[in-house]
Design a protein around this ligand. Structure first.
Ligand code: 5AD
Ligand code: FES
Length: 348
């Protein structure tokens, strides 16, 4: 424990740790509070006390991939598939703007129905509303990423899930870690703000593997980092797996803040699915972003990555009001700016 306190102090001051040091802290349950307190200080110093809200639009649950943990996987026949129309997607974005969101996150399974033409039209129409756009639609070609960027997309979320090649291949059948790394690098090259992250609790995942994930995030200078625990979905091959460790995931969030102090880090929905008020705890452990759902009606329930998803019976207005109330109670406030990553060294 004494060693951990020294390591946390080192991380807070230098934002650098060795692989074995990171793995040690990840595995040290007793240091959770101290890690969170240090991360909270670094969060306040580097990205401030404001919380950025991003409105999440889940526009299609059709997916060509077959990830062993995800309810949207193509072999899952027990899910009602849907696609929103172009007009409906733009309308949700327009309403999100009305609720005060500056960013919409367009998220879907890997659904190639949304071709370059279709998506670029949607992106242009939403940009015309004056909104920042984050895409979260999986692996595409460089040409597609370039077309979306030219149409106006600003940011891209593509979690690496794990940087361990064997673990990646085991739970993402037919996919390869090298492709995902290439996509991430291409997105960076094209000038997107890039978000990545770890799925915590894949069977066989070790502290060293998660520590290597963090070092990779530092190496690529990730702009955003979204992490969450595995929540076993009975309609998938990992239905009987052990759930990911919520506390380990919290320590991971705190370490991410200490080691990538400028990054935008969300308090993810999965963290609250596993623990009531989980997002508030995580906002006090290094995070500075929340992504409330702005999808309407039954589509919220149908976008079922994992069971027990929060807010499926709520409206976008409910979630907006709920989150701003909860943020105020923490003594924080809802950011009014567009919420791009801050670069300390470039600020004068
Ligand atoms: N439990 C937790 N997170 C999941 N994701 C997909 N399926 C699950 C699950 N069963 C996460 C993946 C993906 C993100 C959109 O959702 O990390 O990148
Ligand atoms: Fe959806 Fe609180 S965020 S109801």
């Amino acid at each position: 424990m004494a060693v951990s306190v020294d390591l946390i102090a080192k991380a807070e001051q230098t934002h650098r740790l060795e692989l074995a040091e990171i793995a040690g802290l990840l595995g040290e349950a007793d240091c959770e509070q101290q890690l969170a307190a240090a991360a909270d200080r670094v969060r306040s110093a580097y990205v401030g006390d404001d919380v950025h809200l991003r409105g999440l639009i889940e526009f299609s649950n059709v997916c060509r991939r077959d990830c062993s943990y995800c309810g949207l996987r193509r072999d899952n026949t027990r899910i009602d598939r849907y696609r929103l129309s172009e007009d409906d997607i733009v309308e949700l974005a327009r309403k999100a703007k009305g609720y005060g969101y500056r960013t919409v996150v367009l998220q879907s399974g890997e659904d190639l129905y949304f071709s370059i033409d279709r998506l670029c039209r949607i992106i242009r129409r939403i940009k015309a509303l004056g909104m920042v756009i984050t895409l979260s639609i999986g692996e595409r070609s460089y040409e597609e990423y370039q077309a979306f960027r030219e149409a106006g997309a600003d940011r891209y979320l593509l979690r690496i899930e794990t940087t361990d090649p064997a673990l990646y291949a085991a739970f993402n059948p037919g996919m390869q870690l090298a492709d995902r790394i290439r996509c991430t690098e291409e997105l960076k090259t094209l000038g997107y703000e890039v978000g990545t992250g770890t799925l915590v609790g894949l069977p066989g995942q070790t502290m060293e593997m998660i520590a290597r994930d963090i070092l990779w995030y530092q190496a690529i200078d990730a702009d955003m980092l979204g992490v969450g625990p595995l929540i076993p979905n009975a309609d998938t091959p990992l239905g009987e797996a052990e759930p990911g460790d919520w506390h380990l995931t919290r320590r991971l969030v705190s370490l991410l803040r200490l080691l990538l102090p400028e990054a935008n880090i969300p308090a993810t929905t999965a963290m609250e699915t596993m623990m009531p008020h989980g997002r508030e705890i995580i906002l006090n452990s290094g995070a500075n972003v929340v992504m409330p759902n702005v999808t309407e009606g039954d589509y919220r329930r149908k976008y079922a990555l994992y069971p027990g998803k929060i807010c499926v019976a709520d409206t976008p207005a409910d979630c907006r009001a709920c989150m701003s109330g909860r943020i105020k109670v923490l003594g924080r406030f809802v950011a009014q700016d567009e919420g791009f990553r801050r670069h300390q060294d470039r600020e004068v």
